[in-house]
Design a binder for this molecule. Structure first.
Ligand code: ASP
Length: 328
C-alpha cells in the first residue's frame, strides 16, 4: 500500500486548545504546539506520513492577511512538490469558512487541501479534535479528494469550503453545508464520496491578493439610518457587503446610501443576515437601477472574502462582480 505524504499546516484553534482542566470551560486556542497534535495522531498508527509546519498558534478570530499569505505560500509550494500528496490545515472553527473559501478561490484543485478543526479543546473530556484530525488524514490521503476544491472536515462530514457554515457556537456538530449538501462522509476507517470531483484539475480562479482591500460588512437592523454607510466611506472602504434582512433588504435610506456608494465606484453586495436561503437580484431591491450586486448563496463573511479578492484583482464593475457571485 502506498503511504500518503501529507503536509500539515498548523494555525492553532480549539483543535490545539489547552484548558488544563478536562471538565472546565475556559481554554486557550492554540495552547498546544502542532507537534503535540501530530504526535497524538501518530500514536493511532494511521497509514500516512505527516510533515508538520506551524504557521501560527492563534485563535482563528485573530487570523488575518499575514497568516493567510503564509498559508497560501505554503500550499503553493506543496502543490508544486511531487513528494507531497495532500495538505491538511489545522484551524480554529470561528473563521475556518473564510480561510477555506479564500484558499478555494486562489489555489489550484490538483491535490486535496483539507481544513480541520474541533469544538472542544484538545485536553477536554470527549475532545473531538483527534477524531476530526484522523478523518482529515483519511480524506487528504485519498487521490479522489483532489478536484473538489478546498474542504473542511468536521463531525464525520466532508464539506466544500464554499458551502461550509458554522451554525452553532459549541456543539460538536456545529457546521452545516449550504446550499449544497456535504461532499462525503468520513470516519477514521471509511470514506464515502457522494459524487465525482466537480473541479478536476482546475487552476486557481483568482490571484492571491498582494494586500487586502478594506471591505466591510454592514449589518442591517430595524430603524437604522444611513450614517454607518457614510462612516464606512469615510474610513476608505473599497467595498461594502450588506448583511441585510431577508432577501438582502435594508431600510430605504440605507439602500439609497449604498446605491450612492456604488455610483461612486465602491462595489456593494447584498447578502443576508438570515441563516439560509439565496439572495437574488431585483426582488425587493431594484439592483439593475441601483447598481447593486446580489450575493446569491454566499453569506456575509464569505461574500466579503470574494469581494476582497475581486477588488484586489481590479474587478469592481457591478456586472463583473455579479458574474463572479453567480459563478459561486
Ligand atoms: N475561537 C476558536 C477559534 O476559532 C474556536 C474554535 O476553534 O472552535 O480559534
Amino acid at each position: 500500500m502506498n503511504i500518503a505524504r501529507l503536509l500539515v499546516l498548523g494555525t492553532g484553534g480549539t483543535i490545539a486548545g489547552a484548558g488544563g482542566n478536562a471538565i472546565g470551560a475556559a481554554y486557550r486556542p492554540g495552547g498546544y504546539a502542532l507537534e503535540v497534535l501530530v504526535d497524538g495522531l501518530a500514536a493511532l498508527g494511521l497509514p500516512a506520513q505527516l510533515v508538520p509546519q506551524e504557521i501560527a498558534r492563534i485563535g482563528s478570530q485573530d487570523i488575518g492577511f499575514a497568516e493567510w499569505q503564509a498559508l497560501h505560500a505554503a500550499c503553493q509550494t506543496a502543490l508544486a512538490d511531487p513528494a507531497v500528496d495532500g495538505i491538511i490545515i489545522t484551524h480554529g472553527t470561528d473563521t475556518a469558512e473564510e480561510t477555506g473559501f479564500l484558499l478555494d478561490l486562489t489555489l489550484a484543485t490538483t491535490k486535496p487541501v483539507v481544513l480541520v478543526g474541533a469544538m472542544r479543546p484538545a485536553d477536554a473530556v470527549g475532545a473531538d479534535g483527534l477524531r476530526n484530525f484522523a478523518n482529515a488524514v483519511k480524506v487528504a490521503s485519498d487521490p479522489a479528494a483532489a478536484g473538489r476544491g478546498v474542504m473542511l472536515v468536521m463531525g464525520d462530514a466532508v464539506l466544500a469550503a464554499r458551502d461550509a457554515r458554522k451554525a452553532a457556537t459549541s456543539s460538536i456538530d456545529a457546521f452545516r453545508s449550504f446550499p449544497r449538501g456535504p461532499l462525503g462522509r468520513v470516519t477514521p476507517a471509511s470514506l464515502d464520496w457522494f459524487g465525482p470531483p466537480h473541479r478536476a484539475d482546475e487552476q486557481a480562479r483568482y490571484p492571491f491578493p498582494q494586500e487586502l482591500p478594506r471591505v466591510a460588512i454592514l449589518t442591517a437592523s430595524a430603524g437604522m439610518d444611513d450614517q454607518p454607510v457614510a462612516a464606512l466611506l469615510g474610513i476608505g472602504a473599497k467595498g461594502i457587503v450588506l448583511a441585510g434582512m431577508g432577501q438582502g433588504n435594508a431600510p430605504a435610506q440605507v439602500i439609497r446610501a449604498l446605491a450612492r456608494a456604488a455610483a461612486k465606484g465602491v462595489p456593494v453586495v447584498r447578502s443576508t443576515r438570515v441563516d439560509e436561503g439565496l439572495v437574488d437580484r431585483n426582488v425587493e431591491v431594484d439592483d439593475d437601477r441601483l447598481g447593486l450586486v446580489a450575493a446569491r448563496a454566499l453569506g456575509p463573511a464569505k461574500a466579503r472574502v470574494l469581494l476582497m479578492v475581486l477588488v484586489a484583482a481590479g474587478i469592481t464593475d457591478a456586472a463583473a462582480v455579479q458574474a463572479a457571485f453567480d459563478a459561486g
